[in-house]
Design a protein around this ligand. Structure first.
Ligand code: ADP
Ligand code: MG
Length: 589
């Protein structure tokens, strides 16, 4: 139960503000999360961690010398946006590049992935290490599908210590990969956690039972067991983890017993004592263990055991000092405070940089987004209904938040005279920022890619429209990695692209090609009803989705249809050069 808040919707944000107020010697607030408030040597690799909130001390509480350089903080149990990750990483970078590290969850992967692309495009070299320590979440031969739980802290610690030692990005990345591979965890829950504002926990574990392998957000466990004695619990955790030991494991391990929020320290210590005996009896040497709350799950009643199988190098980085609000080890000399640069208003700086043709096309882009907004708003409920069969029912509201933010951003940029490149990139950023969710990240990055593909040129031809369609589609398949048949928006997107290009290459004007694409997308979206979802949130409930079309495919087809209508009927050809080809200039450049 959470009692202390004014408005539960502001819980994560206000808790973060207070954490910073209580720890100004360590961390400073930036838009999207926190960074260190103390001096960082120029050129040091910035280990930037993050994820949803509700896991203190993860993630903002492990920012400081010897550990993370910044933390990206989403809402409770919700992935932060790409924009947040981008801004925190930018504020944390001191010229040595960025290593993103976070637990392996789809929303985080997409948003951080998008931020990584943006940072790399700007010349800030960025890599990613996903933490995959939870042995209950997938079998060993699918280790890449495992999710991250308390092993987060272990991987962050090794990477942070390596960065502190002055290693370069390649070396820090290599150590983080190795640490992740050699880190294995298993958790149990006795009862669920309650979101701020909710009266009931997200789930209950039946009285007298314990759920083995339950995720830190209430993802289902692998099996329920009668509540064991402490000795039996220690035996269960240790034996399962030893059975999953990595190749080349050795005999020296870090053991980390993590409380999830509502297990007393005395209970954790009692259990740790038994775990230590079992590990020792198995011939292992325990090195600098941890026992306490390190990655929590609000007030979840549960715990997890993590083993890091050391080698000499990992041991030296594990033992190195760290000094953060929520995790301290050894001792470190106090650091001077640093001045944080206030980010400039990028829009104002860039609006200058345009051409008449690019500004004109920017107006068209803003008008098309307004059309997309209209059709989404008209269909919010239907899209939500489709998403509720197997997903989480938020596709309508998510699309609406995204497209409204994108349209407003595009309208502002266009009114200020911005190029189509700037109109679409700011719109895409606004979409992904406001919408969150998988579809928000995908639409956002697709618009950014479309803007980049158009660039800021002296004139535009029909061929630019074909390039936009291709970049839009490529951005989504690159980021989401879905293939045809996975039952995602890609199942409507690829038919759109193919029909568009076929019509266009056959000499059709842009508007005609869009109409062909839209018709193909509509038919393909309808046809997704017979598929089972293989990607995204709907995957675990695949059967329930049979007979209903994919919400993301449907929303894409709706938008494509509306834009086709607009280009055909409502669009005055004199508005832009692209329009000239839309109106029948079949001679493509
Ligand atoms: P979330 O799944 O995060 O709640 P939404 O409900 O807004 O996000 O969007 C769900 C839609 O996202 C799905 O119907 C599907 O079309 C699309 N989607 C999910 N995963 C992927 C992916 N990997 N690639 C492309 N589209 C995807
Ligand atoms: Mg959804």
């Amino acid at each position: 139960m959470t009692r202390i808040f004014d408005d539960p919707a502001d819980f994560a944000e206000e808790a973060l503000d207070g954490l910073v107020a209580a720890n100004r010697g360590y961390i400073a607030r930036v838009d999207g999360g926190v960074v260190r408030s103390t001096e960082v040597p120029a050129g040091q690799v910035a280990v930037v961690v993050g994820g949803g909130s509700g896991h203190y001390p993860a993630f903002a509480g492990v920012v400081g010398p010897g550990l993370a350089a910044g933390a990206v903080c989403g809402n409770i149990f919700t992935s932060p946006s790409a924009g947040q990750a981008y801004r925190v990483a930018k504020a944390a970078d001191t010229g040595g590049g960025v290593l993103f590290s976070y637990g392996n969850y789809a929303g985080d992967v997409i948003h951080f992935g998008e931020a990584q692309q943006r940072l790399n495009a700007e010349g800030i070299e960025t890599r990613t290490i996903l933490v995959t320590d939870d042995i209950a979440s997938a079998p060993l031969d699918e280790i890449g599908k495992r999710r991250g739980i308390a092993g987060d802290l272990v991987v962050f610690k090794i990477a942070g210590a390596a960065a502190e030692a002055g290693l370069d990005l390649d070396a820090v990345e290599e150590l983080a990969i190795r640490a992740n591979y050699r880190t294995r965890s298993l958790g149990v829950a006795f009862d669920g956690c309650t979101l701020p504002g909710a009266a009931e926990p997200l789930f209950h574990v039946p009285a007298g039972q314990m759920s083995l392998g339950l995720g830190i957000h209430g993802e289902p466990g692998i099996s329920d067991h009668p509540l064991p004695t402490a000795s039996e619990l220690a035996q269960l955790l240790v034996s399962r983890l030893l059975a999953d030991r990595p190749d080349g494991a050795g005999t020296r391990v870090v053991a980390l017993l993590n409380g999830l929020g509502r297990v007393k320290y005395e209970e954790l210590f009692l259990l740790f004592g038994k775990i230590e005996k079992l590990l020792t009896a198995a011939g292992l040497t325990i090195v600098e263990p941890e026992c306490g709350e390190l990655v929590t799950s609000l007030d979840m009643s549960g715990l997890s055991l993590t083993l890091l199988w050391l080698d000499e190098e990992l041991e030296s980085y594990w033992a190195a000092p760290a000094d953060t609000p929520g995790f301290r080890k050894g001792s470190m000399a106090p650091r001077a405070r640093r001045e944080l640069a206030v980010p400039e208003d990028a829009l104002a700086a860039e609006v200058e940089d345009t051409t008449a043709a690019a500004t004109e096309l920017g107006r068209l882009a803003a008008a098309l987004l307004a059309q997309a907004q209209d059709v989404v708003v008209d269909n919010v409920e239907e899209l939500g209904r489709l998403d509720a069969f197997a997903g989480d029912g938020d596709h309508g509201t998510g699309m609406r938040r995204g497209v409204e933010a994108a349209t407003a951003a595009a309208r502002n940029a266009s009114a200020a005279g911005a190029s189509v490149e700037l109109v679409l990139t700011t719109a895409g950023q606004a979409w992904s920022e406001r919408a969150g969710g998988t579809s928000g990240a995908l639409w956002g990055s697709a618009l950014v890619a479309a803007g980049r593909s158009l660039g800021t040129k002296d004139s535009y031809r029909g061929g630019d429209a074909a390039a936009v369609v291709t970049s839009f589609v490529d951005a989504i398949t690159t980021l989401g990695k879905a293939v045809p048949g996975d039952k995602t928006m890609v199942d409507a997107l690829l038919p759109f692209r193919d029909a568009f290009l076929a019509a266009f290459d056959g000499g059709a004007p842009v508007a005609g090609a869009v109409a062909s694409g839209a018709a193909a997308a509509q038919a393909a979206a309808d046809a997704t009803a017979s598929l089972r979802p293989l990607k995204g949130r709907a995957r675990p409930l695949a059967e329930k989705s049979l007979g209903h079309p994919d919400p993301g495919a449907v929303s894409f087809a709706l938008i494509a249809g509306r834009i086709a209508e607009y280009l055909d009927v409502g669009f005055p050809p004199a508005d832009s050069r692209l329009a000239a080809s839309a109106a029948g200039d079949g001679a493509h450049a």
